[in-house]
Design a protein around this ligand. Sequence first.
Ligand code: AMP
Length: 725
Amino acid sequence: MAASEESLRKALAEKQSAVEAHGNAVRALKAAKASKPEIDAAIEALNSLKLEKSSIEKQLQAAVSGSDGDGALSREAFRQAAVNTLERRLFYIPSFKIYRGVAGLYDYGPPGCAVKSNVLAFWRQHFVLEENMLEVDCPCVTPEVVLKASGHVDKFTDLMVKDEKTGTCYRADHLLKDFCNEKLQKDLTISAEKAAELKHVLATLDDLSAEALGAKIKEYGITAPDTKNPLSDPYPFNLMFQTSIGPSGLSPGYMRPETAQGIFVNFKDLYYYNGNKLPFAAAQIGQAFRNEVLKSVFESGKISPRQGLLRVREFTLAEIEHFVDPEDKSHPKYSEVVDLEFLMFPREEQMSGQSAKKIRLGDAVSKGTVNNETLGYFIGRVYLFLTRLGIDKDRLRFRQHLANEMAHYAADCWDAEIECSYGWIECVGIADRSAYDLRAHSEHHVKNVFDEGQREGNIDFIGTNLDKSGVPLVAAEKFSEPREVEKLVIAPVKKELGLAFKGSQKNVVEALEAMNEKEALEMKAALESKGEVEFYVCTLGKNVPIKKNMVSISKEKKKEHQRVFTPSVIEPSFGIGRIIYCLFEHSFYTRPSKAGDEQLNVFRFPPLVAPIKCTVFPLVQNQQYEDVAKVISKSLTTAGISHKIDITGTSIGKRYARTDELGVPFAITVDSTKDVTIRERDSKLQVRVSVEEAALVVKSVTDGLRTWEDVWEKYPHHTSGSADD
Ligand code: AMP
């Protein structure tokens, strides 16, 4: 906790006791019928204590809301202004609006679509092109077996609590988070110790188990926000939308909750396509679906959909799976990012209540804070991607996952979090997932079983017969010289197994052969000491007794020509909608109109993401100017620059204001048939350029070949009149 906040809480508690003591003293004087001057003096002292208390309260309120006292209010007001503009100008439209919409589903309108397509184009350029990634495009509908193998059917859950009377569901962690925030910001009477405890709960929220979450909810007496009814214990709720594939209803499937699985199941072919070489990365952009619970916010006592456009039920993900040898996680281009310095928030700093600090990426990797070079490389590339899009670098931090927050198999995870009016929001997850995903699919392969009577090519895929043989999703390193290695040999004795297990013999043999080294050596030791062990055969779904004479387990020396291994996966996963929303907030500002009577909205998008790069206006309605505007418009089309031509007679100031609101960076105004003015949105400065050059000047700046400052230096300035009017 910040020292000032802590000392203010202490000072407030002391002042409160003093006020109470003085209040009692005044009452005692009155009861004792003391003299009027004596009572008046005591009341005066009490009033001045109350004034001092209220001044401390104000300072504390300012400290907890991180602003000059009405920060929370202005954050909301800012969001409201931005969201109103976004909805009015059709960046977003609540989906199915004429039917009153559905929570968590939004459409992108025309400028929103253009921004999204620019962000995705830049993503492809910055990642896919730069690293020669292999892009794929897989279906959203996914058979159950794939998501069973990946762990999503069993584990892709959020912890929920239910209103015990009405059955309304809430996310358990969100309720606890909202409770702590509300208490810290609104209840100034809590002690410094209690405030520190609540802050610790907030910092470690993602680390809490179901039991710990339930215990905290009980301890704090948290009830259902709508009804104040008691809540159930936390229980897991699977976030996937279930469906079935084909008309029979026999093949269960899900709408994919992420795009990554499509890449993993194609690993073998992609590895071959890449010339059987590692490292390589595959990428996919596509829709993901999660049946999020959206209700729970305490916001000043009101219940409202949580995090509006940030937490939705269908969203675009852009994912990279970088496959690498687990024994060599260096990256050839690591030196290009090593000197980048930005806000990082390592695990230790979070646990000890500190805040994020600027760290040189190279130092974080060399000290082992970031697990390896490739992970560090992608963290650096994500930083460059986001800041080039227009995300404010001071409101961007990389937060390391806490120990329990991270999946058990992951080597290290960092989230790129962007601060907006909702707080710090996870927009990109960057994880070293080790060999988990490829192993999960190798060990859980399914035989294609086709509906009886249906012809191939017109079949529903039914994946019900699990087959341990699997498709090995592995890579190989060929040795220049053969190497002698010690190999584990598992040799099931089929005759003995056949006698013991008859028809199930095949299942037992396959399960024995599929044991990993640790399991096999444990079995060997147990057989030697006890002569018999219980062994779980998953395809039979039960334990069977294995005797010493049924299997031989030994280690043998062998010459090997290659090393076969399961590659590790480093996965940067981008929530495109969240990045775009944060970009909208970071780009939005208001400025007074020329007359000073209203506030005008502006999005300061960099040309790279602006939905329209340029507008063309004839200054006044006149055929000659309109003709020039059409010529320039044609040149802009030829140059591939998105633009809008506006030949209405509306005042030029209004036309500028309308396009500033869409974040259009440049406006060409035709006020002669020879040359025109180009106005830059944020500075409102204008230069004069010949009609022939106008489109090329705009193109060179929007393509990033030169800056507006270069243009300002090169061309004559237009000073007559103002760009507002
Ligand atoms: P995850 O697979 O949970 O790490 O999510 C990957 C990325 O998807 C996150 O970093 C978010 O940017 C984004 N994301 C996750 N859930 C949602 C959601 N409900 N709405 C919008 N974006 C989301």
